[in-house]
Design a protein around this ligand. Structure first.
Ligand code: ADP
Length: 494
């Protein structure tokens, strides 16, 4: 009897293996940290080999700790840090360069060289030309290893995002495949037909033969023969982390949205089966493909989410732990007019302003650290509100509620304030491992372990639903103050 699906959640800072049961409940979890290198300012890399080892160790540990017989595992679903780029030797399976992490800016110059193509690229991919996506990272690696381009053209090298790399290693080199959500973040996929695009490949001078085969997110990729267990478990799901969280949060209908409050914040809204393009800096991305049916999402990114709270802890040193921020914020009844615009690394959606820097406004002699903490948390919520405003006006869909996850979603003050200024319910699920859960669902749907979306929705329960409580006049006043603060911050240039 199959009782579990094994989800692998390969993130930027750690790799996690989780066993989920039929009710979508996590029964055992193992985690391994990953070392990040910063070889030069703005460069972010990890060892692809270490990523693979960390995944293997996490799987081994979860199998040992849970005492589960591998025979009872239905299948494996993979979710991963997106855009991160690995190139390896097809024969030896050895990486030819470190994995270049999504945050890395080292390939920025390659994007600048292609600025004239930005409209064409946006129309085909739904993405804004930026080193964040894989295409320029691939170009960078091929230019920085001996004979890179020649070896690629001869078919000696393979490219993959982390899910492709893991699938290749788990299947002992038998399968070189990706899923359509990850492929949609490479800047090489035509998001309308979900195929690799020859013209995009030409812009980046990348040979087609290094690219993985594009699969549905929920389909059989191959067998994990590399695991040292007697049965070969099939890999039946793969999906990028943010899309996976959208699915894990059961945002199955058009207009349903989730926000993940991690280091940064990522908001995705299900926009149905048509890839609409934004005029205001939102990205269009493939949410998932199941049974040949593609669902799309609009995506917004806020750079400083929980990282604002890390700054209060490590930079300003006004709190000892991230958790303190809630207690401190609640010690005062409001910020007394103080605003923090946390534009420490510029502002993402909808401003896309790289030059703006962080700023406090409205400080008085009466301002204390409690006001500062409260203003910092409110600053996170205001940024989410700005992005959701744009999403709602572009899609003409009025948000009914916001589903939330990620580290900072544990902050009750932040969640209540978010609900207040959005004027909608903010829903925190019982299972906060929504990213891994999405991958488990993808895999289990493909095998029949999970029957259908309806059954999955029934499993989904909330531990708390925050309801808006603030008076409309107060919300308007606060939002007006925030707008003024953002405008002022953006005019400050030295
Ligand atoms: P990531 O996946 O990006 O590493 P996580 O989802 O693990 O992020 O969340 C970690 C972030 O959440 C950190 O930036 C931390 O400051 C923030 N955080 C964690 N707990 C709280 C809390 N109770 N209140 C506010 N922020 C928090």
């Amino acid at each position: 009897m199959k009782k579990y699906v094994l989800a692998i959640d390969q993130g930027t800072t750690s790799s996690c293996a989780i066993l989920f049961d039929k009710k979508g409940k996590p029964v055992c979890l193992a985690r391994r940290g990953i070392k990040t290198f910063y070889p030069k300012p703005g460069w972010v890399e990890e060892s692809a080999k270490d990523i693979w080892i960390s995944v293997l160790e996490a799987i081994t540990e979860v199998l040992e700790d849970s005492n589960v017989n591998p025979n009872e595992i239905d299948s494996i679903g993979i979710t991963n840090q997106r855009e991160t780029t690995v190139i390896w030797d097809k024969k030896t399976g050895q990486p030819v360069y470190n994995a270049i992490i999504w945050q890395s800016r080292q390939s920025n110059y390659l994007c600048e060289q292609r600025q004239s193509k930005k409209d064409f690229i946006f129309k085909r991919t739904g993405l804004l030309i930026n080193p964040y996506f894989s295409a320029s990272k691939i170009r960078f690696i091929l230019d920085h290893i001996p004979n890179g381009q020649k070896r690629a053209e001869k078919g000696e090298l393979l490219f993959g995002n982390i899910e492709s790399w893991l699938i290749f290693k788990l299947t002992e080199g038998r399968v070189h495949a990706t899923d359509v959500t990850n492929a949609s973040r490479t800047m090489l996929l035509n998001i309308k037909d979900c195929k690799w695009d020859k013209e995009l490949l030409k812009i980046w001078n990348i040979p087609m033969c290094i690219l993985p085969e594009v699969h549905s997110s929920s389909s059989k990729f191959g067998y994990a023969t590399a695991l040292s267990c007697k049965v070969n478990i099939p890999i039946c799901g793969a999906i990028g982390d943010q899309q996976s969280a959208l699915f894990g949060q059961t945002c199955f209908s058009k207009g349903e949205s989730k926000n993940t409050y991690g280091t940064g914040c990522f908001m995705l809204m299900n926009i149905g089966d048509k890839p609409m393009l934004s005029k205001n800096g939102l990205l269009t991305t493939v949410a998932w493909k199941i049974n040949n049916k593609v669902t799309y999402a609009l995506e917004a990114s806020v750079f400083m989410g929980g990282a604002t709270i890390q700054w209060l802890r490590d930079g300003l040193q006004v709190i000892k732990s991230a958790r303190d921020s809630e207690r401190y914020a609640l010690k005062v009844k409001d910020t007394e007019g103080v605003y923090l615009v946390p534009a420490f690394v510029g502002l993402g959606t909808p401003y896309w302003d790289n030059d703006v820097r962080g700023a406090f406004f409205g400080l008085t002699r009466g301002t204390n650290k409690f006001h500062i903490c409260r203003a910092a948390l409110e600053g996170i919520a205001y940024q989410i509100s700005d992005s959701l405003k744009v999403m709602q006006s572009e899609t003409r869909i009025k948000l009914k509620s916001l589903k939330v996850d990620g580290g900072a979603s544990a902050n009750r003050f932040l969640m209540q304030f978010q609900s207040d200024i959005l004027g909608v319910d903010v829903k925190l699920p019982v299972c906060v491992e929504t990213t891994a859960l999405g991958a488990a669902y993808m895999s289990g749907l493909s095998t029949g372990f999970f029957k259908d979306l309806k059954t999955i929705s029934k499993n989904h329960k909330y531990q708390h639903i925050y309801k808006p409580k603030m008076k409309k006049a107060d919300v308007d006043k606060k939002l007006k103050g925030w707008d003024t603060a953002v405008k002022a911050a953006r005019t400050f240039k030295i």
